[in-house]
Design a protein around this ligand. Structure first.
Ligand code: DAH
Length: 355
């Protein structure tokens, strides 16, 4: 039996040395390790041995099987490696072959507007700060002079998470946070997502973006506010644009104003669909920070004054790029991105709803 096993080992190894392909290896595997192979035959022959010899012979057969299996594994690794080298030597890269055309990426219209605003305001000494989107009622309303049950709260349909926690309905809570955590002079802008329980339509979305600005120092007046916002308007809409301040009301500013610009679509001359015939479009809310808000946020209103403003970025992007439906900004249609590129407008996107 011992000689038989040794002969089998020698024969298998010799056969393995000659196997150069996975197919040849597979055939050998079936021949030597398969059910009908010599090892299985040896095992079956155990029954004819004396009982005393059986355990020893069984061990030998199993050891031989282990040795053969390991020889197969080694050979297999070498064959695979050789096959890889052959395959690689056949694969060359033709670096002169023309590639498929690719599409250049583009910034989202909101990002383009925001980048410009950040550049403009940081150039005027403002610092960019952030605030949380999940906000305490305290910052979103109370510190901004809108105590619970204040009627002005109804104007904004707010998502409540808990009794005193909301999804911020505007970026104004960042003002309160800035005043509480900094000492004047304070010059900050803050942009980000805001939330209101509005049905999505051509001019509304439950998620939208605002940018807030706040400037507090000694002797800040309404003329500073006007100058700042005129600079903003001309930078974003071009030097021909005219700016109009209309009295308004916000609980956190006194006096308050809304700012209109001459319509970017018709230039304010003829009146059109964008400005609904009036020649003006509304772009933001602003005012002198209400002394009550200064005091609530720990700033001495006898010494300091300031202004604040807040604008919707969707509206700015729509007016600037001729996007007729606010929902487009959230739909991820790659064609819209082209509208922001090289000053192109969205009006020309074919096949869009409403065009
Ligand atoms: N928070 C206001 C809104 O969402 C916009 C606003 C108006 C912000 C006046 C201000 C401001 O900072 O002074 O409608």
């Amino acid at each position: 039996m011992r000689e038989q096993i040794q002969a089998l080992l020698d024969e298998t190894k010799a056969a393995l040395d000659g196997a150069d392909t996975p197919q040849a290896l597979e055939a050998l595997h079936a021949r030597y390790l398969g059910k009908k192979g010599p090892l299985s035959a040896l095992l079956r022959g155990l029954g004819q041995l004396d009982a005393a010899e059986r355990p020893e012979a069984g061990k030998r057969i199993n050891a031989a099987r282990a040795e053969i299996e390991s020889a197969f594994a080694k050979r297999e690794a070498r064959v695979k490696q050789a096959a890889r080298l052959i395959a690689l030597s056949g694969e060359t890269i033709d670096v002169t072959e023309p590639r498929e055309d690719y599409q250049l990426g583009a910034y989202h219209p909101i990002t383009i507007i925001l980048d410009e605003l950040v550049e403009l305001f940081t150039g005027m000494g403002y610092e960019v700060v952030e605030g949380p989107e999940v906000e305490y009622d305290l910052y979103n309303f109370e510190l901004l002079n809108q105590p619970k049950h204040h009627p002005a709260r109804d104007a904004q349909d707010t998502f409540y998470i808990e009794d005193n926690i909301v999804l911020r309905s505007h970026t104004s809570p960042v003002q309160a946070r800035a005043m509480l955590s900094r000492k004047p002079p304070i010059r900050i802008i803050s942009a980000g997502r805001c939330y209101r329980a509005d049905e999505a339509d051509a001019t509304h979305s439950p998620v939208f973006h605002q940018m807030e600005g706040l400037y507090i120092d000694k002797g800040v007046g309404m003329s500073d506010l006007k100058g700042t916002l005129e600079t903003f308007a001309k930078r974003i809409y071009g030097s021909d644009v005219e700016v109009r301040f209309r009295p308004s009301f916000f609980p956190f500013t006194e006096p308050s104003a809304e700012v209109d610009l001459t319509c970017p679509a018709c230039g304010g001359k003829t009146g059109c669909r964008v400005c609904k015939g009036s020649g003006w479009v509304e772009v933001l809310g602003c005012g002198m920070v209400n002394p009550k808000v200064l005091e609530l946020c720990g700033i001495d209103s006898a010494v300091y004054s300031g202004f604040a403003f807040g604008m919707g970025l969707e509206r700015l992007a729509m007016q600037r790029f001729g996007i007729p439906d606010l929902r487009w900004l959230f739909e991820g249609d790659a064609r819209l991105l082209g509208a922001g590129r090289n000053g192109a407008r969205a009006d020309g996107i074919e096949g869009r709803r409403g065009l």
